[in-house]
Structure formats: C-alpha cells, structure tokens
Design a binder for this molecule. Structure first.
Ligand SMILES: NC(=O)c1ccc[n+]([C@@H]2O[C@H](COP(=O)([O-])OP(=O)(O)OC[C@H]3O[C@@H](n4cnc5c(N)ncnc54)[C@H](O)[C@@H]3O)[C@@H](O)[C@H]2O)c1
Length: 253
C-alpha cells in the first residue's frame, strides 16, 4: 500500500458506485481514512469492506444530497468518526432526463440542479467551515465536459455543471490564503452505471459513441480517481481554481 495520505481523512460522496467508488478505493489504498458517503448502505458496505480488506480504514456515512441536514451531518459525522477532514471529493450527481429544451419541466430542472449544484454548494460550505478551523484542506468537485460545452437535451445538467466550475473558482480565490485548495475535474465519457443508463442497451449507439472517442474507448472510473487523488495530494500543492479535463483528448480543439 502506498501511504501518501497516511494520517489524512478523505470524504467521497456518491461513493458506492462508479467514479466515487473508484476514488474511495484509491484514497484507501493510499493510506487515507475514507468516509464512504452514499444513500445505499448495502452497496456502500461493499466499498468499506474492500478498503478494509486491503488494509485501509473506512466507514459508511449515510447522506442524501437533496437533504441539507444530511449534508451538514455528513461532515460532522466524518470529523467525529475520524478526527478531521482533509480532502473532499464532491462527486454525487444525476444525469437528468433528456428532452428538447422547450419540453423540460421545471420539476426536473430543479431536481437536477439541486443534486448536482446546490448540494455541492452546501457540501463546500460545511467542508470549508471545518477546514478553516483546522490547518486547511483540499476540495475537488466532480464536474463534467458538460461544464465546458453544451450537452444537448440536458439543459439542467449543463447549467448545473457550468455552475460548479464557478463555485470552485470563487472558493479557490477566497480561501487561497487559508491553505484551502479547490479544483474541478471534467470527465469525458466514463464507463459507469450512469453512462450505461444514458447509452441504454442499443449496441449501435454505443458503437457510434466509441467511434467518436479519440482512443476508441471510454474512460474508466479509475482514470478519474487518479486525477482526483492527485489533485488532493501535496504534489498538487500550488494547483487551485483549476479545471482539469480528463477525457482522453475528446474535447481538445
Ligand atoms: N460517467 C461519465 O461519463 C461522467 C462524465 C462526466 C461527469 N460525470 C460525473 O461523475 C459523477 C459520478 O457519476 P458516475 O458516472 O460515477 O455515475 P454513478 O451513477 O455511478 O454515480 C453517481 C452517484 O451519485 C449518487 N447520487 C445520486 N443522487 C444522489 C443523492 N440525491 N444523494 C446521494 N447520492 C446521490 C448515486 O447513488 C451514485 O452513487 C457525477 O457527478 C457525474 O455527473 C460522469
């Protein structure tokens, strides 16, 4: 086990599946105590068990990102359980129902913005409040290529992810002199349950997508996990307010 995060506490939201799961596992491998934040205790327990089986330390923290009280409790419980909070990967998100812009409902718009943007604002507030009272910390928000370019028929997702980049940049500026770094990752097309649901069962759709990708493959959750953990590491000590695109060259122009 590499021990770059020995003595550090890392919190990961949406940690029971996909990119969050891979990032929680990697933090565990690197020696951090990991708060595995999720709604589903059964799936989360598998991640906790996997980290412990590899010699790491982890605990499940239940939280629904639609509930402000859960988010406050998530940070408080992490600090109580592990004695601190040094790194936070705000990753939980939903894709939203795809539909032409003019047919989207207000309810669906508000649902996607609440989970993907408002919840991250609240996560950051609670994380920063703790970090201000400690020696600082690092926050990484999981954004999307849709934070930089539009995803047609997903105006809610696009708006929320564009907004996330703004949140990270404001916080990076405000807290640079308090030893708190804040960055964003924009994944490209990553093979996770969310992407599988988005693509559906149509192999023609998947083949057409793969043909568009520069490396002819989707990214793996681990590709994003390595970027997130690096941004949280001391190797990235002077990186803040940045937007890191991890998409295998998809958006290069
Ligand atoms: N997969 C991709 O290609 C891709 C691309 C760009 C960005 N992303 C972003 O990556 C993040 C993780 O997605 P993923 O691809 O790993 O898919 P995923 O569906 O495996 O992960 C999303 C996680 O968020 C959790 N979540 C959703 N709503 C929640 C709520 N209300 N409260 C608590 N948790 C909630 C889910 O339970 C799940 O664990 C998302 O923010 C997504 O927008 C993914």
């Amino acid at each position: 086990m590499s021990t770059g995060f020995k003595g550090k506490v890392a919190l990961v939201t949406g940690a029971s599946t996909g990119i969050g799961r891979a990032t929680a596992l990697l933090f565990g491998q690197r020696g951090a105590a990991v708060a595995v934040v999720a709604r589903d205790p059964v799936k989360a327990a598998l991640v906790v068990d996997e980290i412990r089986a590899a010699g790491g330390e982890a605990a499940f923290i239940g939280a629904d990102m639609r509930e402000p009280g859960d988010i406050a409790a998530m940070v408080a419980q992490t600090v109580k359980r592990f004695g601190g909070l040094h790194c936070a990967f705000n990753n939980a998100g939903v894709n939203g129902i795809a539909a032409p812009f003019h047919e989207q409902t207000l309810a669906e718009f508000e649902r996607v913005v609440q989970v993907n943007l408002t919840s991250v604002f609240l996560c950051m507030q609670h994380e920063i409040r703790h970090m201000l009272g400690a020696a600082g910390g690092v926050i990484v928000n999981n954004c999307s290529g849709a934070g930089l370019i539009p995803a047609p028929e997903l105006p809610h997702y696009t708006a929320a992810k564009h907004g996330l980049l703004g949140l990270a940049k404001v916080a990076a500026k405000e807290y640079a002199n308090r030893n708190i770094r804040v960055n964003s990752i924009c994944p490209g097309v990553i093979d996770t349950p969310m992407m599988q649901a988005h693509l559906g069962q149509d192999s023609g759709t998947i083949d057409a997508l793969l043909a568009q990708l520069p490396g002819k493959r989707m990214g793996r959750p681990e590709d994003i996990a390595r970027a997130a953990v690096w941004l949280c590491s001391d190797d990235a000590a002077y990186v803040s307010g940045d937007t890191m695109v991890v998409d295998g060259g998809l958006m290069a122009h």
